[in-house]
Design a protein around this ligand. Structure first.
Ligand SMILES: [Zn+2]
Ligand SMILES: [Zn+2]
Length: 174
């Protein structure tokens, strides 16, 4: 995991219309090998740093939110630069706007955030070798088993907001 002293970190899109600052270390970093992430990145996996939305400060520009289908069927909302269309983060239905999945490759120093876990390795491309020492799971994992205590406590703190978001989703479905 990255050290607290590494932060804040800045990042943005390719045309530099969107610039943002990640104020603290993320909750957890997912390297996702699912086919959906492969298609959306055009690459072999996606590297996402999960962090509370209020710990990402927008320094320039306003991303456009694009509703995109997701494996869960609930959809995700991808924040893209309105000019160059590069995706800087996304929100998933579960935690909604409360948690951002910042695309690590958009940081100025992406090397600072290596994966904390490799997920959906059942569909990873066969030439991708998972480094020993980093947890990996065929699909998903139990948060309580892998997240550091500090991240679990931070999630506990935003749980009321997450639950409020989920309640509005349920209301919309009923
Ligand atoms: Zn741009
Ligand atoms: Zn994925």
């Amino acid at each position: 995991m990255a050290a607290a002293s590494d932060f804040p970190l800045e990042g943005g899109c390719t045309c530099r219309h969107i610039r943002y600052r990640m104020e603290s270390e993320p909750l957890f970093v997912h390297c996702c090998h699912c086919r959906w992430c492969q298609r959306e990145t055009g690459a072999s996996f996606a590297l996402n740093a999960m962090i509370e939305a209020d710990r990402v400060t927008l320094l320039a520009g306003e991303p456009e939110l694009v509703d995109t289908p997701s494996a869960s069927g609930m959809g995700q909302r991808i924040a893209r630069c309105p000019k160059c269309r590069v995706a800087v983060w996304s929100n998933y239905a579960g935690a909604g706007p409360v948690v951002r999945f910042v695309r690590v490759g958009t940081l100025d120093e992406p090397d600072r955030l290596p994966p904390d876990v490799h997920i959906f390795t059942a569909s990873k491309q066969p030439w991708v070798l998972i480094p020993p020492g980093t947890p990996s799971v065929p699909e998903y994992y139990e948060r309580e088993k892998l997240w550091p205590a500090e991240s679990l406590a931070r999630r506990q703190a935003i749980l009321p907001q997450i639950e409020a978001h989920q309640a509005t989703l349920r209301k919309r479905r009923d």
